[in-house]
Design a protein around this ligand. Structure first.
Ligand SMILES: Nc1nc2c(ncn2[C@@H]2O[C@H](COP(=O)(O)OP(=O)(O)OP(=O)(O)O)[C@@H](O)[C@H]2O)c(=O)[nH]1
Ligand SMILES: [Mg+2]
Length: 437
C-alpha cells in the first residue's frame, strides 16, 4: 500500500489560484480533518474553510475529491484550490505534512497512474511532452501520444508478430504434414514485411524533430555572414558579428516557431583548416551539428568558388551573402534553393524564413503518427529489429527456435508500454517530470 503524497500542481509564485493535489489512501481523511466535516460527494467542488490541526484558518478554498480507481492516479485524489499566495501555499503544505502527508517526488503522481495501470509509459511521456510544449505542433503530437497513438502503432506490429508466431507454432505441431513449409513461408513473409516497417520507422526523424525542434544548421567558410543571418532570423543579437574571420567558435542555438513547428537554428564556426586549437574544436563541433541537422544552409560571400565546398549535399540550400556588395562572382552554385541577399535585411531574410516554414511543414506533417518521438522509442525499435533479424536468419532451421526469437521480438516491442521495463528506465522517464505532475 502506498503512502499519501501532496504537491503544488500549479506554478509557484503569486497568482490568482494555486492548486495543491493529494493522492493516496489518507487523502480523504485529511480533507475531512482540515475542513472539519466529511467531504461532499466525489467530483463536486465545495467551498470550505481549511484549517490546520490547531484550528487556525489557512484559506477559504474550493475542494474536490476523486474516488480511486476513477482518478488520475488510480488512488483517492484530493485537490485544494487555494488563493495563490505564497504564504497560503506554504501554510497549507505545512499542515498537510503535519497530517502525515509526504511531499511528492518529480513525476510521482504520473508514476502512480502508470503503476496502477491508468496509463502506458508512452502515454505518460505524452503528458510530459504536452507540459513542455511550446508550439502548436508539439502539443498536437503530445496530445496524440497521450491518447495512445504510439501504443496503437506498436500494438499493430505486435499483432503481426503474434500471427507469425501462430503459423510457426502450427508448423511445430504438425511435423509430418506438407503444411509446415507453407506455414513457415507465410510466417517469413509477415516477418519480412514487419522488418521493412521497422527499418522505415527507424529511418524517420519526424517525431523527434517535432518534439525537440527541426534542426537547421548555418554553415560555411569564415566571414560568410552566418552569425549576421542567425541574428536576423532569430530577431536577437545573440551571436557576435565582427569582420574578423573565425569570430564564432561555439555552436549557438536558438529556437523559433515556424508554422507552429519548433525550429532550432544553429550558428556555427566558419569551416577552415586551422592551427588554433580552440577554433579547430569549433570547426569539429560545427561539422558534427550540421551532420545531425534536418537541413543545412550553406552561406558564402563573394570570395567563394563552388569547388571549395565539397561537403555541400544535394538537399542543402545555398545562401549567397553580401548581395548589397555585388555578391559572388561568376562561379555560382546551381539548385532550387539559392538566395542572394544582405543578411542584415529583414525583408530579404524573411523570404528564406517563409521557404523554411514551408519546407519544415512538408517534412514533418502528414502520414501516420510517428513511431519514434524520443530516444527511448528508438532503443526499443532497434532492439526489436535485432531480435527479428535473428528470427529471419533462423528460417530453415527448427521452427521452435525461430518462434523463440519472434517471441523475443514481441517482448522487445512491449517495452514501449513500460510494463516490462527496469526500474532504472522508469526512474529516468518519471524523473524528468516536474514536481506535482
Ligand atoms: N555588406 C555586407 N556585409 C555583411 C553581410 N553579412 C555579413 N556581413 C559582414 O561580414 C562580416 C562577417 O560577418 P559574420 O556574420 O560575423 O560572419 P560569420 O560567417 O559568422 O563569420 P565567422 O563567425 O568568423 O565564421 C561582418 O563584418 C558583417 O557585418 C552582408 O550581407 N552584407
Ligand atoms: Mg560567426
Amino acid at each position: 500500500m502506498s503512502d499519501t503524497i501532496y504537491a503544488l500542481a500549479t506554478a509557484p509564485g503569486r497568482a490568482a489560484l494555486a492548486v495543491i493535489r493529494l493522492s493516496g489512501p489518507d487523502s480523504r481523511r485529511i480533507l475531512s480533518e482540515m475542513t472539519g466535516r466529511p467531504p461532499s460527494s466525489a467530483r463536486t467542488l465545495s467551498l470550505r474553510d481549511l484549517r490546520d490541526s490547531s484550528g487556525r484558518l489557512l484559506d477559504k478554498a474550493l475542494v474536490v475529491w476523486f474516488r480511486g480507481p476513477a482518478s488520475f492516479t488510480g488512488e483517492d485524489v484530493v485537490e485544494l484550490h487555494l488563493h495563490g499566495g505564497a504564504a497560503v501555499v506554504a501554510a497549507t503544505a505545512e499542515a498537510l505534512a503535519a497530517q502525515g502527508c509526504r511531499a511528492a517526488a518529480p513525476g510521482e503522481f504520473t508514476r502512480r497512474a502508470f503503476t496502477n495501470g491508468r496509463l502506458s509509459l508512452a502515454e505518460a511521456e505524452g503528458i510530459a511532452d504536452l507540459i513542455d510544449s511550446e508550439t502548436a505542433q508539439q502539443s498536437a503530437q503530445a496530445l496524440q501520444q497521450l491518447s495512445g497513438a504510439l501504443d496503437h502503432r506498436f500494438s499493430r506490429w505486435r499483432a503481426g508478430l503474434i500471427e507469425a508466431l501462430a503459423l510457426l507454432e502450427a508448423a511445430v505441431d504438425f511435423p509430418d504434414e506438407d503444411l509446415p513449409a507453407d506455414l513457415a513461408a507465410g510466417a517469413a513473409a509477415a516477418l519480412q514485411a514487419l522488418d521493412a516497417d521497422l527499418e522505415a520507422a527507424l529511418g524517420e526523424a519526424r517525431g523527434e524533430f517535432v518534439r525537440e525542434g527541426f534542426r537547421v544548421a548555418l554553415v560555411g567558410p569564415p566571414n560568410a555572414g552566418k552569425s549576421s543571418l542567425f541574428n536576423t532570423l532569430t530577431g536577437r543579437e545573440a551571436a557576435i558579428v565582427t569582420p574578423v574571420a573565425g569570430t564564432t567558435r561555439d555552436v549557438i542555438e536558438a529556437d523559433i516557431s515556424l508554422n507552429g513547428y519548433l525550429v532550432r537554428i544553429a550558428d556555427t564556426a566558419g569551416l577552415r583548416e586551422t592551427d588554433d586549437v580552440v577554433e579547430a574544436e569549433g570547426v569539429r563541433r560545427a561539422r558534427a551539428w550540421a551532420k545531425g541537422a534536418g537541413l543545412r544552409l550553406w552561406l558564402t560571400d563573394e570570395t567563394f568558388h563552388v569547388e571549395q565546398a565539397p561537403e555541400v549535399g544535394p538537399a542543402d540550400w545555398w545562401i549567397l551573402t553580401k548581395a548589397d556588395k555585388g555578391g559572388p562572382g561568376a562561379d555560382l552554385p546551381t539548385g532550387p534553393y539559392i538566395y542572394r541577399l544582405d543578411t542584415r535585411d529583414r525583408d530579404q531574410v524573411n523570404r528564406v524564413a517563409a521557404d523554411l516554414a514551408q519546407h519544415v511543414s512538408t517534412q514533418l506533417s502528414g502520414g501516420e503518427f510517428p513511431a519514434i518521438t524520443r530516444a527511448r522509442h528508438r532503443d526499443v525499435l532497434s532492439e526489436a529489429r535485432t531480435c527479428l533479424a535473428r528470427a529471419l536468419a533462423g528460417f530453415g532451421q527448427a521452427p521452435e527456435l525461430v518462434a523463440e526469437d519472434v517471441r523475443l521480438t514481441a517482448r522487445a516491442l512491449e517495452r514501449l508500454s513500460g510494463r516490462i521495463d527496469s526500474e532504472a528506465v522508469l526512474d529516468r522517464v518519471f524523473g524528468a517530470f516536474c514536481i506535482g505532475k
